[in-house]
Write a protein that binds this ligand. Sequence first.
Ligand SMILES: *Cc1c(COP(=O)(O)O)cnc(C)c1O
Length: 412
Amino acid sequence: MTTTQQTHKPTSAELDAADPLAAQRDAFYAPDADQLASYLDGNSLGRPLKVTSENLASFVHDAWGSRLIRGWDEQWMDEPTMVGDRIGEVTLGAAPGQTTVGDSTSVMLYKMIRAAVDAQPGRDEIVIDRDNFPTDRFIIEGIAKERGASIKWIAANPTSGVRAEDLDGLLGERTAVVVLSHVAYRSGFLADAKGITEKVHQAGALMLWDLCHSVGSVPIELDAWGVDLAVGCTYKYLNGGPGSPAFAYVNASQHDRLQQPIWGWMGADNPFGMTDSYKPAQGMRRFITGTPPVLAMQPMKDMLELIASVGMDAVREKSIKLTEYAITLSEEHLVPLGAEIVSPRNPAERGSHITVDHPLFADVTAKLWTKGVIPDFRPPHGLRIGLSPLSTSYAEVEVGVAAIRDALTELL
Ligand SMILES: *Cc1c(COP(=O)(O)O)cnc(C)c1O
């Protein structure tokens, strides 16, 4: 009796029953069971909240439909920095006046990295890791070409990620800016943002964190860590919907030093003055370019309020438990079939997804999608299991890993 109790592994039903956040799952729109059995891709596209369809409808009627052009003066002009401040408060550890919303992540990365390079005269090197997300690397290739700068590539361990010591020998008086992902999109490695930022500052360089895979799932303290710049997605763990705009954070100490490269009227000092030439606005507004995507900013507000109501610490606690559970099940069911877990085992070094490698996982993923089991696939062999803490149940993880096992067994 005692021994069975000691070795008893909790079932998914027991874990769900004990989950203090379980009730939050009902807040999300749930498609029919034949459409969806297990959603393991909330790190790529978060699920909509039920309240979002009501709020979008009322935005169409009450704001757009009724206030029409007056809406710009009444609220929409301030929407990028108001929503930005809320993202900052709830998820970034950022005091007001340092965060704005707009553009795609790629364009926002371009604006911020270009601004950082231009603000560091005499420094002509940009540092990034080889395993970073393609758009981050491509944007930097483009900026390096445009500005005659060179790229210093960090060769980090791809199954973990970039550690402070990986920067040794790469930083110096020529380093303009270092760009890293807080959570690596493939392995899920969670970088030591505070320690790395300190090290980058010792070299006199600026630090930009890409928060796409951490914001809304991992607690972040940009102000306390002394981060200069950050950019992140809102359609992943902030559930802003397909193509919802990015956010950017610029530490207040850098506002006057930085000038972004796309000079549009909405980032100018007096947008409706129809002036002859560009003079940047004060504060975060100078990082805006054109008319803000106000409609596309609405859904993320609902998720921010849900996160605020439970707190980022509770979100993180569940995220760790979900990834632990996914690792345990993968070890039990997938590793014996030849799969390899390529994510950190230490939860302190892991974000909210794990990746498991097997040469047949491209075919496995395609098969599962037709059955309503939705992980995603990242070449060459990675099947990614994303665990969005507020919308994912332990039962879904169990169903998902069992389906992966069955599909792999059929193909072996
Ligand atoms: C998802 C993601 C992006 C996406 O960029 P878009 O411009 O929104 O397509 C960029 N960088 C990282 C690290 C990501 O995870």
